[in-house]
Design a protein around this ligand. Structure first.
Ligand code: CU
Length: 175
């Protein structure tokens, strides 16, 4: 009986330890917008110390923030909202133009180069416990995407096509 009790205390302690997960955020940037633009993308590299899932994002600069995936479907770039993004322990997951990204919609004001955007990322650990991480992400002026992967040969008119595709989901989401 006593042995059992000790065992369960040990289990609880181990569980508490396992929840101390940190997520390293590197190279975060938000694409700047023009006056009439109501949506843009946020990009970064996330490396968690243990397996976690990015489950939601919020930002005071945007009415709505979603986790999106962009992919080619029948030669057409499409993006869609996903309900979460699994991140593996010690492995960097890139959120970048043309791939996974954070979509900021219903922007409160245009975002100029040099501005900074507050953002809160919510993660869920292996025990389904959520924790948040606050970020301040700087805005990169429109057309100056600094992520090396942004310059794919098929994305020469990057700014234009991105703007178009990023405006589209906004309309789709507001039904
Ligand atoms: Cu998007």
């Amino acid at each position: 009986m006593k042995k059992l009790l000790i065992a369960s205390i040990l289990t609880i302690t181990a569980g508490a330890w396992a929840q101390t997960v940190t997520v390293k955020v590197e190279g975060a940037w938000v694409r700047g917008t023009v006056a009439t633009q109501k949506a843009t993308g946020a990009f970064m590299r996330l490396t968690p110390s243990a397996k976690v899932r990015l489950v939601s994002v919020s930002s005071a600069a945007a009415g709505v923030a979603e986790i999106h995936e962009m992919s080619m479907e029948n030669d057409v770039m499409k993006m869609r909202q996903i309900d979460g993004l699994d991140l593996n322990a010690g492995k960097a997951t890139e959120l970048k133009p043309g791939g996974f990204h954070i979509m900021l919609m219903d922007l409160k004001a245009p975002l100029k180069g040099g501005d900074s955007v507050p953002m809160t990322l919510t993660f869920e650990d292996a025990a389904k416990k959520t924790f948040t991480q606050d970020l301040t992400v700087s805005v990169t002026a429109l057309g100056k995407g600094k992520a090396p992967n942004a310059m794919k040969p098929d994305m020469k008119s990057e700014t234009k096509s991105d703007m178009k595709s990023e405006m589209k989901p906004e309309m789709e989401h507001k039904q």
